[in-house]
Design a protein around this ligand. Structure first.
Ligand code: BG6
Length: 471
């Protein structure tokens, strides 16, 4: 039995959202269309027009945050409110976030701003392929610098790009691979451009806002070996490195991971950065690492000489729509027989969160922030109440593991469950809810949009008020 350390006094008990999933109002006050607004999937709901109507109800929502006792709120700034077409400044967009931030500060809630959460202007996608082009760096920097000037007097915490590593694993997240471009070439080019963008934005934040803290964000599913066969252990190591090399190895260690460089070299792609680029990235030195954790992975050996030599997806394994990536020569995903799953086959693994904290801190020696963690579920509203005991169970077990990680010596700065309020899930619309606050709407019917506190709201309220002591 370890001696448990308490949560630090200034621990940031938070909750998170992202603009395109919660705001709605996609064409109001000069906002431009983003790649999320123009996305059109035939197989699941993706309509950003109204979502949870937070744009019009942010004061009511912040009042709920205050009641919940949130110390901090993570939200993203819709690039297309500030630069609708990626070029021209829209003062009305700046004004919206000024009001939002002022309201948070008035209620003693520390803003944590995500600069980019998958939603760049559609025009930049059409003009030059979005993140596929280096031109994106200049545009992103201009947008970020505008945010630093406009909000930096009140915002002390910034995150650069949400999950740039997952964007590479799941190309569809940010609008897809432009026609005619090889997906491997795309993966590398987008990773490189995002790593450079991360570095430049961090450096400009340093100059403009020396008091602010800024860090990159990854989606981190730690990899367990499928068996104790050394080949599977190697596969798990490969997966871990594949998931963290862009951008963390670059930004925090100033080096490119040789295993991954070799993987691409075998496929005829030289992904080595120039010495000048490496030098530039090396100097970025983030203040912290943000990571989003929902589940863990299993990796098994996937020899290069296997029939399907190209990277792709393994359709077997998980029951639902989830597919396992397969990178021949590195690893292939597999299922974990020891874990329960949610309704969408995401494995539930609280201990994995402690392992993730340990691994990231061991490797990068930087403070960590958990910027997403939560359970997607089909909640039921009955007589104005939502009894989401399953969510409380999920969150409680993860918080317990966080405290163990802190006791292991990992410097954890904050915890931002996904999500503060029900929002449009990236892959499953309103069918899959994550919030502490229920929003009365369905995919095909926006209903009243009335807010209701779930049972998990009261649980989190008690947890925050005791600074994590009431586990
Ligand atoms: C994270 C994203 O990777 O996963 C969020 O940052 C997303 O935007 C979350 O909502 C959960 O995924 P999903 O598909 O269940 O909404």
């Amino acid at each position: 039995h370890l001696v448990q350390k308490p949560f630090p006094e200034n621990f940031l008990w938070g909750a998170a959202t992202a603009a395109y999933q919660v705001e709605g109002a996609i064409e109001e006050d000069g906002k431009g269309i983003s790649v999320q607004d123009s996305k059109n999937f035939s197989n699941y709901f993706h309509d950003t027009t109204v979502t949870s109507d937070h744009y019009h109800r942010f004061r009511e929502d912040i009042a709920l945050m205050k009641t919940l006792g949130l110390k901090s709120y993570r939200f993203s700034i819709a690039w297309t409110r500030i630069y609708p077409d990626g070029e021209t400044l829209n003062p009305a967009g700046v004004s919206f976030y000024n009001q939002l931030i002022d309201e948070l500060i008035k209620n003693n809630i520390e803003p944590l701003v995500t600069l980019y959460h998958f939603d760049h202007p559609q025009s930049l996608q059409e003009n030059f392929g979005g993140w596929y082009s280096e031109q994106m760096i200049t545009h992103f920097l201009t947008f970020a610098v505008t945010c630093f000037h406009a909000f930096g007097d009140r915002v002390r915490w910034f995150m650069t790009i949400c999950e740039s590593n997952n964007v590479v694993l799941y190309p569809d997240l940010i609008g897809g691979v432009p026609a005619g471009i090889d997906v491997e070439v795309w993966r590398f080019q987008v990773s490189r451009v995002m790593a450079l963008a991360n570095a430049r934005v961090i450096q400009s934040c340093r100059k403009l806002l020396p008091q602010a803290k800024i860090g990159p964000c990854i989606g981190y599913a730690i990899a367990y070996p499928a068996t104790s066969a050394p080949q599977d252990v190697m596969a798990a190591l490969n997966e871990d490195e594949f998931r963290t090399f862009y951008p963390l190895d670059l930004l925090c260690l100033g080096r490119q991971n040789p295993t991954v460089v070799n993987f691409f070299a075998c496929r005829g792609l030289d992904i080595r950065l120039s010495p000048t680029e490496l030098e530039e990235i090396k100097g970025a030195n983030p203040d912290f690492i943000a990571f989003n954790y929902y589940q863990s992975d299993v990796a098994k050996a996937c020899p290069d000489e296997s029939e399907e030599a190209q990277p792709g997806f393994n359709q077997e394994g998980k029951k639902g729509g989830f597919v396992y990536p397969r990178f021949p020569g590195l690893y292939a995903g597999d299922s974990n027989p020891y874990l329960e799953r949610n309704d969408w086959d995401w494995e539930i693994d609280p201990v994995g969160l402690r392992i993730a904290c340990r691994k990231l801190f061991d490797r990068y020696q930087l403070p960590l922030m958990i910027t997403e963690n939560g359970l997607g579920a089909r909640d039921t509203l009955a007589n104005g109440e939502i009894n989401d005991a399953y969510r409380i169970d999920y969150l409680q077990k993860h918080v317990e593991q966080m405290q163990l990680a802190i006791s292991d010596g990992v410097p954890l700065l904050g915890y931002y469950p996904w999500s503060f309020i029900d929002l449009m899930s990236t892959s499953n619309g309103y069918n899959k809810r994550y919030g502490f606050v229920y929003v009365d709407r369905e995919d095909s019917d926006i209903k009243t949009l009335t807010r209701y506190k779930k049972a998990s709201f009261y649980w989190y309220q008690r947890l925050i008020s005791s600074n994590g002591a009431l586990l």
